[in-house]
Design a protein around this ligand. Structure first.
Ligand SMILES: [Zn+2]
Length: 455
């Protein structure tokens, strides 16, 4: 049995013109399940055929129109025809378009508002960039080739070039301010690392962050250090995109890095950033795990362990309530019972868990001392319904950077390539790819993960 797929074009006066697009044939029985319905390769041919016919009809209709001159509004005549090869998601088409000359002033009219050197449709550009933001260039090229009758941009190098161009264009977008102003915005900034492809340069620093309003408006952003993207300007743009005004109260969170604090200050986020509770909570969690792993194989150790576990809990409570700027008190109290965790009586060395506890305690003390200026009363903020930090930044770093750029140790990046791809990834996450900057964010994950509010 066989089918003929016809495309019927309805003209302005309702007249119909039919074109055969494709013939499909099948055996007369269904003995082989592979003969059931359409195949992918037929679908690709069908789509390419439809695209071809549709474009041909559009070109025919376009060719009989005569634009008026943009300069003098005079009448235009056809000057010549030019071929444009345009890649579409459903195959490459060649479009023969007239160029016009104004009878009155001699000016040339194109008759179309296409971008200069237009070689692909915006939809294809956007889908390519979207896929490349989510998977490697090679995988994206393979996927496109498998699913669609695309015959240009199938090579991964081409996809890479296109995607970086989209990233560049995103950097030039201005923020679209939302209709409602935000009374408060929380800004977080963090950094992570990816491997560099340049000899003599091991890692590239990547700064990522997000801005959030109390009503769930959210944007993520990121930039590779020392690349072209101006992070300060990017932060300002993101603040604008979620409704920052002169009256907006800005709160910033970072990890302990002074470089990030400076960037926030330069971006106009005045007031000292708060040390993200998330970073402290992670260290306390680590300390608690070690304390719980201490041996309790005799009564003295059992008592000593109980003292240490309670002391770590107390330290947690004191930092949470803004009462500890270091861990010195805890260190002194724990030191008093540490001798129970020495090895056999004739050895001076402590057991491994005890040594680990001591190291972690000293590290936390060093961390708190270095960050003391940015510690706040987290309990008070929490009671007032204010954020104490955000695990979102960690999740954001994971999504924006690690999942695409760090997954394989083999993946190495150029500063520019990583920076521009990051712009595309942010746009994908923000839902703004291809629709202008600053569209409302659809949260992709739980806005309040447990770690952020853990007391
Ligand atoms: Zn004219």
């Amino acid at each position: 049995m066989a089918w003929i797929v016809k495309l019927v074009n309805i003209g302005a006066e309702g007249e119909a013109q039919a074109t055969d697009v494709m013939e499909i044939s099948r055996p007369d029985d269904l003995r082989n399940v592979a003969d059931l319905g359409l195949t992918l390769s037929e679908t690709k041919r069908l789509l390419a055929g439809l695209q071809h016919e549709m474009v041909a009809a559009q070109v025919r209709t376009h060719a009989v129109r005569r634009p008026t001159c943009a300069r003098c509004a005079g009448v235009c005549h056809v000057k010549d025809y030019q071929d444009h090869a345009v890649a579409t998601l459903f195959g490459r088409v060649t479009v023969r378009l007239p160029r016009f000359r104004c009878v009155a002033c001699g000016g040339i009219e194109a008759g179309v508002d296409w971008p200069s050197h237009c070689r692909s449709t915006p939809e294809l550009d956007q889908l390519q960039a979207h896929l490349c933001a989510l998977m490697t260039y090679r995988t994206a090229a393979d996927l496109l080739g498998q699913m669609f009758p695309v015959d240009t941009g199938k090579h991964h190098e081409t996809l890479r070039r296109h995607t970086l161009k989209v990233g560049e264009a995103l950097g030039e977008c201005a923020a679209i301010r939302p209709e409602t102003a935000a009374s408060a915005i929380v800004v977080t900034l963090d950094s992570t690392f990816i491997r560099s492809c340049k000899d003599g340069e091991r890692h590239l620093e990547v700064r990522v962050g997000n801005v959030e309003t109390q009503f769930g408006g959210r944007q993520v952003f990121g930039a590779v250090a020392k690349a072209d993207t101006d992070l300060q300007a990017l932060i300002r743009r993101n603040l604008d995109a979620v409704g920052r005004t002169e009256d907006t109260a800005l709160t910033a969170f970072t990890d302990g890095c002074p470089g990030l604090r400076r960037i926030l200050a330069d971006a106009g986020v005045a007031g000292p950033p708060t040390l993200d509770w998330f970073h402290i909570a992670m260290r306390l969690q680590h300390l608690k795990q070690i304390a719980n792993g201490l041996p309790a194989d005799d009564p003295a150790r059992m008592a000593g362990k109980a003292v240490i576990v309670a002391e770590v809990e107390r330290l947690h409570w004191r930092i949470w309530n803004g009462k500890a700027k270091d861990a010195q008190v805890s260190i002194d109290r724990i030191r008093a019972v540490m001798h129970h965790f020495k090895g056999e009586p004739d050895q001076r060395r402590s057991t491994a868990p005890a040594r680990k506890l001591w190291t972690a305690l000293q590290a936390l003390d060093g961390y708190l001392t270095g960050q003391s200026a940015w510690l706040v009363n987290y309990a008070e903020r929490h009671r007032a319904g204010l954020r104490v930090g955000t695990a979102i930044t960690e999740g954001t770093a994971n999504f924006l950077v690690n999942r695409r750029m760090n997954k394989s140790q083999q993946m190495r990046w150029s500063r520019r390539g990583a920076d521009l791809l990051l712009q595309v990834r942010c746009a994908v996450y923000n839902g703004t790819l291809g629709s202008g900057f600053g569209q409302k964010f659809q949260p992709a994950n739980d806005p309040y993960p447990p770690m952020a509010t853990a007391a």
